[in-house]
Design a protein around this ligand. Structure first.
Ligand code: PMP
Length: 322
């Protein structure tokens, strides 16, 4: 679908996957004026195909667009575009267990103009790709590198938008963490560099002394859809859940006191990612001897169970594509 100032959004169409033709001066290449989303379509036990809370992706995309001066897309149109494309290509979801179809909607500024101003033209595109299970051999705890040198987002910046610039800012740390043998980077806040924000493509949770805590949304953290679902489930299961500023010292002290019971990340790709080890400067914090916590496991089974139609969806989170 295209946008120009006179017509608004126009000409929705489904075309075969192909390279794009864009001006080398297009806004997206030089100033990064673009936003994206990520969600999955799952084969359900009942033979339909499930989307998980696509309305949240539509809303978040519009919030990201607002931050980048990109025109909003009506939520119904956004969801309908995803539904129609998935309905057409649902046979692409491999029939093996835990495979799915990754859906990547994105909007880019295409104005062929090199001056720094908001684009007059945009394209909204959705591409699909079959994906295998995140954990082919069952849940596997990840190790996390706490980034001290660089920041991903700052107060008043673009951290809560799903836009390429945030990920560009994180590539160097990701490479560094991998070189050190860590699979994920945990970001601290960009002002005081002591409050925990999020992981590269996941939000983060801690279970400390029986209580679930997660960083409060503060404008520089992506409001994850899995995060929101996990908060709801934990509350329903009777856990006290606190969204607050969490300093890295607090985590270190909990670890020293032996009450850092579980740490896990949440995101569309892995659903729940148990964390076995955190490295902060010279300190290495092992979580539960590096194993998988009971609550992390239950959350993984529940959220993925709902997505795959194995567990009844009592929250109205699933949209079925017939
Ligand atoms: N934070 C970042 C930076 C992400 O890229 C993602 C993945 N979209 C998340 C958190 C988790 O969000 P969600 O649960 O909506 O996938």
């Amino acid at each position: 679908m295209d946008y120009d100032e006179e017509k608004g959004w126009y000409d929705p169409r489904i075309v075969p996957y192909a390279d794009l033709t864009l001006s080398p001066a297009a806004t997206i290449f030089h100033y990064g004026q673009g936003v994206f989303e990520g969600l999955k379509a799952y084969n359900s036990e009942n033979g339909n195909v499930n989307l998980f809370r696509p309305d949240m992706n539509a809303k978040r995309s519009n919030r990201s667009s607002d931050r980048l001066c990109i025109p909003e897309i009506p939520e119904e149109d956004y969801i309908q575009a995803i539904e129609q494309l998935v309905a057409l290509d649902k046979d692409w979801i491999p029939s093996e267990p835990d495979h799915s179809l990754y859906i990547r909607p994105f909007i880019i500024g295409t104005d062929p103009f090199l001056g720094l101003k908001t684009s007059r033209y945009y394209q909204f595109i959705i591409i699909l790709s079959p994906v295998g299970p995140y954990y082919p051999e069952g849940l596997d705890p990840v190790s996390i590198w706490i980034e001290d040198d660089y920041v991903r987002a700052v107060r008043g910046g673009i951290g809560e938008a799903k836009t390429g610039g945030n990920y560009a800012a994180s590539i160097l740390s990701q490479v560094k963490a991998h070189d050190e043998g860590y699979s994920q980077v945990l970001w601290l806040d960009g002002v005081e560099r002591k409050y925990i924000e999020e992981v590269g493509a996941m939000n983060i949770f801690f279970k400390i002394g029986g209580k679930v805590v997660t960083p409060k949304l503060n404008g520089s953290i992506l409001p994850g859809i899995t995060r929101d679902s996990v908060i709801q489930l934990c509350k329903e299961w009777g856990y006290e859940v606190e969204e607050k500023r969490i300093s890295i010292d607090e985590i270190y002290e909990a670890h020293k006191a032996g009450i850092l019971e579980e740490v896990w990340g949440t995101g569309t790709a892995a659903v729940i990612s148990p964390v076995g080890k955190l490295r902060w400067g010279d300190e290495i914090m092992q979580v539960k001897d590096g194993g998988i916590g009971e609550l992390s496991h239950k959350l993984y089974d529940t959220v993925s169970g709902i997505q795959l139609g194995k567990i009844e969806d009592t929250h109205g989170w699933i949209v079925e594509i017939k």
